[in-house]
Write a protein that binds this ligand. Sequence first.
Ligand code: NAP
Ligand code: MG
Length: 405
Amino acid sequence: MEKIKMKTPLVEMDGDEMTRILWQMIKEELLLPFVDLKTEYYDLGLPERERTKDQVTLDSANATKKYGVAVKCATITPNKQRVEEYHLSQMWKSPNGTIRAILDGTVFRAPILIDSIRPAVRNWEKPITIARHAYGDIYKATEYRVPTEGKAELVFTDKEGKETFRETVYNFECPGVLQGSYNKDSSIRSFAHSCFQYALSTKQDLWFSTKDTISKQYDQTFKLIFQEIYENEYKAKFEQAGITYFYTLIDDAVARVIRSKGGFIWACKNYDGDVMSDMVSTAFGSLAMMTSVLVSPDGNYEYEAAHGTVTQHYYRYCRGEQTSTNPIATIYAWSGALRKRGELDGLSELMHFADQLEGACLDTLNDGVMTKDLVGLVVPGTKVQAVNSADFIAAIRERLEKRLA
Ligand code: NAP
Ligand code: MG
């Protein structure tokens, strides 16, 4: 069989621990035999980040800007314990944070559904994608405990040094807490563009929710910016694609999401997205079945699994044990990136391959062949066979070959 050709390289970001092992297995078994894989390789594994003083992370993000599509393996975000474990000269920043800062994107997370794992919410039939604004609000807030009685004020001084606002927040009659949080129009605009573009690219309705009735300036600004950008730049395109944009209050959105059949994108402010993405992923099944893609406002895509490097499995692997780590979300990162590359380069064969690769994963799961993490989640009475990662990937390959024959 002739291998499928590529035009533009994919930016390949390798990673750490168990997912690095899976990465290699996926390439060898599911990609290289079928695709004449063209990638620009960046090793974001912690030893290489240490060796290059994290330059490799910056280079990989800039390459993503250049080529437009990247696929990323999970990576360790170092903490104190990792600094010792890997003899690091510094506690390097989270690669995802660095990449996000350079690409200025929004993260979209969507679950992969199979028939034998029913969502906790009975009426959900299609995936719900959460789009989380990954900048500002309480994540960049200034806060402290108020020690005693006194007046708290919100003051703004412009760059000429003129005080333009001074508002009393509260006259404290006892100790308490105080917080100042912010966001920027430029970041909210990027968030809006990413959401509208992703909705168009996946042909799904877009919902957006905030609490603008209570937060009459802060949340209201989010609502108005989305509305303005929609009207001016996306309304016609949405109508043409047959999809809708819908704004509602966050509490109304929660009620509607639970009653819905799924199949839409739910855009959330930073904190709402943090909380709701965990709620939605748990209700759909498992973190190991959650895909994630970073979409920048100027249309760059970085695909990855939502989970981390599965450290405990890696330690077992290092002791020579077989592990049953689920590679599905990492395979979908590859298929998502290959499909997008195919779309941008006009390579229908590559897009077809991505579809077949995902199809082969679903065939395998639907045949009851799965990794251990999923076994406890299936509907009672389903016949399942728990396998290790290597056997699981081999089972997917068998079905992929059948589909491509
Ligand atoms: P994790 O790697 O996602 O693992 C948490 C637990 O979830 C695992 O111990 C495992 O449970 C289960 N799990 C996750 N993915 C699985 C899979 N594919 N197959 C089977 N089980 C899976 O999160 P973590 O333990 O909090 O973090 C580990 C490392 O990953 C950290 O160094 C962190 O910095 C990094 N991390 C990276 C990213 C990223 O690059 N995007 C995201 C999150 C975390 P059992 O042990 O019960 O089997
Ligand atoms: Mg969270």
